[in-house]
Structures are given as C-alpha cells and as structure tokens.
Design a protein around this ligand. Sequence first.
Ligand code: TRP
Length: 431
Amino acid sequence: MAVGSAVGLGNIWKFPYIAGENGGGLFVFVYLICIFLIGLPIFIGELYLGQQGQSNIVDSFKVLDRKKSPWRIIGILGILSAVGILSFYSVVGGWILNYLLIALKFGFESQSEQQISSVLESLFASPQRQIILHFIFMFLTFIIVMRGIGQGIEKASKILMPLFFFLLIGLLIYSFSLKGFGESFQFLFSLNSKKMTVHGFLEAVGHSFFTLSLGMGAIMTYGSYLDKKTNLIKTAFYIGLADTVIALVAGLVIFAIVFTFGLKPEAGPQLMFETLPMLFSKVSGGPIIAIAFFGLVLFAALTSAVSLLQVVVAYFEERFHKSNAYATTICSLVIFLVGVLSALSTNVLSEFYIFKKLTFFDFLDNLSSHYLLPIGGLLISLFFGWKIELNKIKEIFSTSKLAKHYFFILIWSTRVLAPLAITILIIRSTI
Ligand code: TRP
C-alpha cells in the first residue's frame, strides 16, 4: 500500500503545475536530487522507525526512545499535517470526480479550448458543487478506512495501479506525435531556466516530501505493518522509482499539450484540468480514455487519502480508547469541515486572505509542503540518524550489495545533509 500512498495527485496534478511555475528544467533537476539524497534516506528511516516502533506515530517514539520522549512532537506535528493536507487534498479529489462525471456523461469530444477551460471555472464559482464533490470524495475515503484497507482496496490496487501506469505510458507514446513534444522535453530537462528562486528550491524539497508521503508518519504507519524480515531498502527504491517515473511521464504529456496548443506552462493548479481534456477531445477513443484516466486518477487519489486518514484515525483510536468506527467517523467529519473552507476558497472566500495574499486553500497547501512536512522530515531524520545505533542500521543493509553503497548516503544524509539543507532553505526563503 505504500505505492498507493505515494502515487496520487502529487504526481499528476501538483508536480506538473509547480514545475511549470518554477520554469521547468532546473526545478526538475533539483527535485530529482532531493528525491535521491533526502527523500529516499528519510523514506528508509520512516519505514525502519515504524517497523521497530510497531504502534501509532506518537506512541512509536515511546517504544523507540522513552515514555516521555520529546520526539513525540513528530507524531503531533504529523497528525496536524495529515488533517491539513487531507482537508484540501479532498477538495482537489472532488475536482477529479467532477471531470470523471463529465467524461461519463458526454466525454470531451469536439469541445473547444474555451469550453474546456470554462468547466473548471464554473466549478470554482459554485460553492455548492465544490462542497458536494469534496463531501463525496471524503465519504469514499471514510468508507474505505471504515471497512479496513485489507478488504478489497489492497487487491484492487494491485491491478489498478499498474493499469494506471500503462495508460500513462500509452498517453506518453501518443504525445510523441504532438508537435509540442520536443519543446516539452526541453522544458522539463534542460537546465537553463531562469525562473528558479530560493523559494523554488524549498518548493522542490517540500514536494519531494509531499510526493513520497514523507515527513508526517504515513510511511511510518505503513512500516508498522511490515514484519521484521521485509527488505526496506528495496521497498523504498521501488516506490521512489515508480513515483518519480509517473510524475515525469505526467509532466511530459501535459507540457506536450501545453506547447502544442500554445497554453501557458505557469497556469497553476488548473494546469492538468485544462490540458488533458484537450488531448481526450482530439484522440480517437477519447471518451473511453477520459473515463479510464479520471477513474484511475480518482483511485490513486483515494489510496493516498486513505493513508492520510489512517494516520489520524490510528492515533485518535488508541489515544482516546475509542472504537475504530467512532474514530473514523469523527476524524473524517472534522477533516471534511476544515476542507469546506478550502472548497470555498475559490468563490465565497476568494478574497479572504490568511497570510500574504494566500487563500485558505493555498495557505494550507503552502504551510504543509513548505513547512510542516520538511520540519517533520528534519526531526525524523535527526532521530533516525543520531538516536538509532549504527549497528542496527547496518543490519538492514546487510541484505544486498546495492544497499551497501547507499549506506553512506543514508547515514550522512539523515545526520547532516537533510537537516542542514531544510534549515537553510526554510530560513532563507522566510526572511
Ligand atoms: N503522496 C501523495 C501524493 O503524491 C499524497 C500523500 C499521501 C501525502 N499521504 C501523504 C503527502 C502523507 C504527504 C504526507 O499525492
């Protein structure tokens, strides 16, 4: 299920649009380095801490350290991040649902560019529609967690996630024939972009956390379900690779459309919604592909949402000694209510700024990706690097040769590089 958690809207929706806003190539390069040097080591660290702690993210630190361990703050921060992230994630999940419904009703066939971009505009303008779709997405997440992830969703994801991957590869192959493909490739992989700022660096680090579900205990929770024999290094590498390839493929397809139809790469959160339907309106079999695509994105988003909700539920249930059903209901309800403010950020509350002209939606997105997740990651990284005995970490590396080379990176990244890089970037881009 860790793949299900990692692969989601972060790959398909967020990565392309922030790459576009930050000028492409250099941003992508920094992001890839962050995944390899910072993201993967922390991923392994979280898996390890979860596997050893065997409990919810707050209590695991009692097991790993001591009863009144100050490191429990990681868990508390994690719960807050999970609530914040899921509340706006679910609103975007609602947008996907909207497009799936449209695809089911009449596809995007023979729609003009204007018609396609007006779909999102009219959704944004309607408070009722935004809230209802957000409610449905949250309700689906609730149902899945309520039934337990072992019940079907896990089996379904073994079929649907590879299907999603093949569909993306199919779209990539099709996009080779678009005249904007070369430019898309250039945009994402040539290093001479001029738009990159210090803030862009922080965004790249932050996104490497977001896309791998790091920095708030989701992967730790997953690790707590693993038995002690699982090869953590292999698991982390496969997931990191799958997650990165999916994001890059989505980016290539989306920017090929952008450059073919003369759209703007820096369109923002609308980017995927304005581009992909354009492709579906042109290719033969478009309506079917649109249904498959939005259906599978919805599924990927749900498996990510489930991993966020579970962190909150697991803690709430054990901390307050409540039944799973009660904990799941209350947590989902609270998250839904917080999310309503994000759903209203594109209409009723669009002029209501929390901080530096950020709407509630943007504020939560920025707060979590730029601060909460990196700070959570920094603390997890320090805890893993300095508090866990070196010999114990060596043990997890005894399994394969490849792993032995990565040991050095893991240790020095979690001890020094990741904490230092995160601290400097946060300080530099805040003042
Ligand atoms: N990684 C998911 C995505 O890319 C989102 C997600 C799921 C997440 N669980 C998380 C992000 C935990 C941060 C923390 O869409």
